[in-house]
Design a protein around this ligand. Structure first.
Ligand code: NAP
Length: 326
């Protein structure tokens, strides 16, 4: 496993991390046994970075990770969680008291004294410019409740504002073959500032695997069913904001860019071919998906070789709808 440095956090993270939204909910059913198997196999393959949130399954994802941490040396891994989505999406809830309460709940769920990394979970836009928010987070670091903090963002503008804050250690952003805007300014700025980039939704919620068709049915409790038009949260979080039918066409083109590895593996390898990315966090619902994602770390050159094709597909199908929005 290749490891990368996050300068501002002083973390060494595996280039391939693991997203664990799937272990909480919103993606159909993943049993606790399956979840622990995925975590154990990822760790066994050298993954040391796990992304979760206090709202994934209302804490289920954190609690399962907490059970897993009891079985290993927890100092060997970095668990990044998120907070802010247990309250209405309103900047007035971003207070020291709420942060403390949310962090305490995550510490209990994970069974740790101090959170390795907590991220503001796609907060309202104005939160990025509120001084007291950063002061409160600094205080929580000083008090030992958290080791480092970062932000998970929806837009490039939010990422750039966060990078300017000196103690923001990481920015989690959607970056994949169907979402290229972070290449313009965010990745270069983060690299220069030593801020870690956590690339989420690397497969555009699975679209880039090329396995879906017009007939694919997602279960009732899967956000790819109930959030296709942004009914529950930002539409950018589902299929990366790409219209499903357009995405099917673009995914077909993506699958034809190479024939050495599965499209999902190539999609992750392409992301990792950008050295400003610290870790990429695909979600996996089973061991076979995890293995396909792990394989990407062996194909970084192949990832780089499809770059021109990726840009062509983006320009033809996606740039006009995606670029101005996020
Ligand atoms: N606001 C935020 O901060 C935020 C928002 C979203 C996600 N995240 C984080 O980012 C992580 C990753 O994003 P994501 O899970 O939304 O999207 P993703 O990683 O782009 O897609 C995950 C889906 O892709 C499919 N998949 C995974 N590996 C595969 C493989 N090797 N071959 C074929 N299909 C494969 C699976 O689909 P099927 O289920 O159809 O099998 C899986 O559920 C999350 O788990 C979470 O930790 C954070």
């Amino acid at each position: 496993m290749e490891n990368r440095q996050i300068q501002r956090a002083n973390f060494t993270v595996s280039a391939l991390g693991l997203g664990t939204w799937q272990l909480g909910g919103d993606w159909g059913d993943v049993s606790e046994e399956q979840a622990l198997e995925i975590l154990g196999n990822a760790y066994g393959a050298g993954v040391n970075f796990f992304d979760t949130a206090d709202v994934y399954g209302d804490g289920r994802s954190e609690r399962i990770i907490g059970s897993f941490l009891k079985t290993i040396d927890k100092d060997k891994v970095i668990v990044a969680t998120k907070m802010g989505r247990r309250a209405p999406l309103d900047s007035s809830f971003y207070t020291y008291e709420n942060f403390s309460a949310w962090i305490d709940r995550s510490r209990t769920n994970l069974g740790v004294d101090s959170l390795d990394l907590t991220q503001l979970h796609c907060p309202p836009d104005e939160v990025f410019d509120i001084e007291s928010v950063y002061d409160d987070l600094d205080r929580l670091v000083d008090e030992g409740a958290i080791k480092k903090y970062g932000v998970s963002v929806e837009t490039c503008s939010q990422a750039l504002r966060a990078i300017k804050r000196p103690k923001v250690a990481t920015v989690q952003i959607i970056f994949n073959a169907f979402r290229l805007k972070p290449l313009d300014e965010v990745l270069p700025s983060a690299k220069e500032a030593g801020v870690g980039i956590i690339a989420r939704i690397p497969l555009a919620s699975g679209l880039l695997s090329g396995k879906y068709t017009k007939e694919t049915i997602f279960s009732q409790d899967d956000h790819r069913n109930y959030n296709r038009k942004g009914e529950a949260f930002d539409v950018g979080e589902t299929f990366s904001g790409v219209d499903y039918e357009v995405g099917l066409q673009a995914a077909k083109r993506f699958a034809n860019l190479q024939n050495a590895v599965a499209p999902a593996t190539a999609a992750i390898a392409w992301i990792l071919s950008h050295d400003a990315v610290s870790t990429v966090i695909p979600g996996a619902r089973n061991i076979s998906q995890l293995k396909g994602n792990l394989a990407a770390t062996d194909y970084l050159d192949l990832g780089a070789s499809i770059d021109t094709g990726v840009v062509d597909i983006y320009d033809q199908y996606l740039r006009s709808s995606i670029h101005p929005r996020w």
